[in-house]
Design a protein around this ligand. Structure first.
Ligand code: NAD
Length: 281
């Protein structure tokens, strides 16, 4: 099992030391502003967890909790204010936004130099070119987890299931830059199990509980489960049939306690790296 919780804890300890050193040497404390619009309970939990993680690592957290009725113009004005605020080095806008707000316009309004989630088109382009500045947090965490197994990604067959802009596409790009042979599967892939069966590395980012079955997984494959699904019994489950796949896979991530904690650690790291770049200027 790849223990995301303990990997993330180790990362956060390192980040805390670097934050303290940066503050001592430059007077700059990395600041992260989280913007949440509406009252989606899952989003509220994510934002609260990110704030707590910031505080523990010594970063400066700023929370902007806005009502669901907030207009796009009000949100854009807040983003402009955060872009100009020298205390803030990372801005994250919690998705999904209410339907009356155009997410694309909001994500594009975040300064590419403070885009802690790496969703701005400028940062997407930098990532595709192989010269990233902000790497999206979940994909960055996924690569760190694969590296923690000691597997050399170069030359391996990697299959990413899911093609979202947030997870599937950027994780595929990162694997490609590490010289894997990458296949992206999605809802229209023909005979998906036979494609996945060829993979040394499987990334499941679908949002469907227990989608990846044991007979789809090559023996000893590294399987990273990004999915977070709430079951009818209230429990969380990933996209992988954990209990059966663990008998075949070489390495597997649990849900909860896998990719989730790594995403938060990477958000802190992105904000720290951004603050360092500001310090250098
Ligand atoms: P999304 O809904 O944007 O994308 C899902 C993808 O799955 C789509 O590209 C779609 O083509 C593919 N898909 C859907 N049904 C399929 C099928 N039957 N066969 C093959 N492919 C299929 O989701 P997302 O934002 O990429 O998130 C995916 C999952 O990861 C969700 O459960 C989400 O909650 C979770 N997630 C977790 C973290 C974390 O920190 N652990 C971060 C982001 C997302």
């Amino acid at each position: 099992m790849i223990d995301g919780k303990s990997l993330a804890l180790k990362l956060r300890e390192g980040i805390a030391q670097e934050v303290s050193l940066l503050e001592k040497t430059t007077g700059i404390k990395p600041g992260l502003a989280a913007v949440l619009v509406g009252d989606d309970p899952a989003s509220a939990v994510y934002v609260r967890n990110k704030k707590i993680a910031c505080e523990k690592a010594g970063l400066y957290p700023e929370e902007h909790l806005l009502p669901a009725s907030t207009t796009q113009d009000t949100l854009l004005a807040l983003i402009a204010q955060l872009n100009a605020d020298p205390k803030i080095h990372g801005i994250l806008v919690q998705l999904p936004l209410p339907a009356h707000i155009e997410s694309k316009a909001i994500l594009q309004a975040v300064s590419p130099e403070k885009d802690a989630d790496g969703f701005h088109p400028v940062n997407v382009g930098r990532l595709v070119e192989g010269d990233p500045v902000f790497v999206p947090c979940t994909p960055k965490g996924v690569i760190h987890m694969i590296d923690s197994t000691g597997l050399d990604i170069s030359g391996k067959q990697a299959v990413v299931i899911g093609r979202s802009n947030i997870v599937g596409k950027p994780v595929a790009m990162l694997l490609l830059h590490r010289h894997a042979t990458v296949t992206i599967c999605h809802s229209r892939t023909k005979d998906l199990p036979s494609v996945v069966r060829e993979a040394d590395i499987v990334i499941a980012a679908i949002g469907k509980p227990f989608f990846v079955k044991a007979d789809m997984v090559k023996e000893r494959a590294v399987v990273i489960d990004v999915g977070i699904n709430r079951l009818d019994n209230g429990k969380l489950a990933g996209d992988v049939d954990f209990d059966r796949v663990k008998e075949r896979a070489g390495w597997l991530t649990p849900v909860p306690g896998g990719v989730g904690p790594m995403t938060i650690a990477m958000l802190l790291q992105n904000t720290l790296e951004s603050a360092k770049r500001f310090a250098e200027q």
